[in-house]
Design a protein around this ligand. Sequence first.
Ligand code: HEC
Ligand code: HEC
Ligand code: HEC
Ligand code: HEC
Ligand code: HEC
Length: 283
Amino acid sequence: MSSFYSESTFLALIILSVVLAAIAALLFGIKRHLTSMNQEKLGVEDEPSFYASKIKPVIDGWNPTIATLAIAGILLVVLGAFGYKFGMDEVGAQQGYAPTQPINFSHKIHAGQYEIDCKYCHSTVEKSKSASIPSLNTCMNCHKYVKADEKYNGKTSPEIQKIYNAIGFDGDNMEYIKDYKQKPIEWVRIHNLPDLAYFNHSQHVVVGKVECQTCHGPIQEMDKVEQFSTLQMGWCIDCHKERGIDSENNNYYEEVHKNMQAEGKDYITVAENGGLECSKCHY
Ligand code: HEC
Ligand code: HEC
Ligand code: HEC
Ligand code: HEC
Ligand code: HEC
């Protein structure tokens, strides 16, 4: 969705520029035509225009290949600068996005009230790029027994019943239904970087020791998850300029640490370690 937004905005800009350029050319052409018509009527001899006398000789002197490359180069730089600015603070703005989920799952109950560790459910967050959403088997570790039925006059909570219906569990007889065709719950994805950007959870959570809440906000207080940060490029960069890397207690940074000591520094930011290089976040 965010990449659709950025692509469409970008495309709109390009189309707008082309249209404006075409209108400008058209107006210029009309003006020239009117001028020459006027001069014909008055019988004035067509004086060589500014273009013919000053600009045309210069252009004629250009090597067409080099001129084409130069124009293409300028266009590329202008478009790149536009794109860069968009990445910094325009596209992907979905801060506050809080879609309704197929099951009314509450982090306030699970992570807040019952203090279940984030990693119990988002079990890959320390090992891999993505944090992952738990499978219904993880829910069933508790909800095979926890039916919240006191609230519903002894009947299983309708929200928990949705888990049973998806996975094929008969709550009354406490057994899984044989040969049941499972229907996975389709959680609506909230955070979503465009494909062109690379983000790795384990690098931030384990190596960088950044708390979930720094990026995701007070999730343990949310009944419904909402996107807390902008996830824009400027957000990534701002933190990289501020945060230090833990070079002392990390084999990976042994070399960096030695160099720092040689320079008499005891703190180095992610940025100073190369965290602003385009290729670190863009393939
Ligand atoms: C009992 C399991 C469970 C626990 C514990 C849990 N989560 Fe979740 N989390 C989920 C499920 C299920 C979803 C998908 C539904 C939703 O968005 O509410 C989710 C969604 C999320 C999302 C949004 C994912 C997206 O689509 O972008 C974030 C961020 C998140 N959790 C962070 C946390 C953090 C931080 C903690 C600890 C404070 C935590 N979670 C604890 C189960 C859990
Ligand atoms: C570690 C145990 C545990 C896990 C794992 C767990 N839950 Fe829960 N859940 C609870 C407890 C405890 C309650 C509160 C029950 C009550 O209010 O009586 C609860 C409440 C709920 C409720 C509210 C029910 C209602 O109507 O009030 C829903 C919905 C729910 N859980 C869904 C899920 C889903 C979906 C998952 C898996 C992503 C999950 N839970 C994983 C322990 C767990
Ligand atoms: C440095 C910022 C940062 C930290 C720290 C962080 N996240 Fe994320 N999280 C993100 C970004 C950015 C995304 C979107 C990733 C994407 O779309 O590729 C995301 C996405 C998610 C998702 C959606 C599913 C996925 O894997 O993409 C979940 C769930 C999640 N984070 C949970 C957590 C939990 C739990 C923690 C703490 C253990 C945590 N995050 C720490 C920035 C962070
Ligand atoms: C709240 C702070 C914070 C935010 C926000 C953040 N990062 Fe980072 N990032 C860090 C820290 C700390 C490290 C250093 C981890 C380490 O020691 O290697 C890091 C390292 C990285 C690295 C590895 C850099 C290298 O030199 O190897 C990449 C790539 C990266 N982050 C991408 C991102 C992207 C993409 C985003 C935005 C979607 C982002 N980060 C947002 C704190 C942050
Ligand atoms: C720390 C990570 C990080 C670094 C370093 C970084 N970027 Fe980005 N960049 C991102 C993220 C994340 C996005 C997506 C932002 C969004 O969708 O809101 C992005 C988006 C962009 C876009 C916009 C693409 C679009 O969707 O239209 C351009 C262009 C871009 N970056 C260029 C650069 C250039 C050039 C550099 C080096 C000078 C650079 N980036 C360095 C993280 C980074």
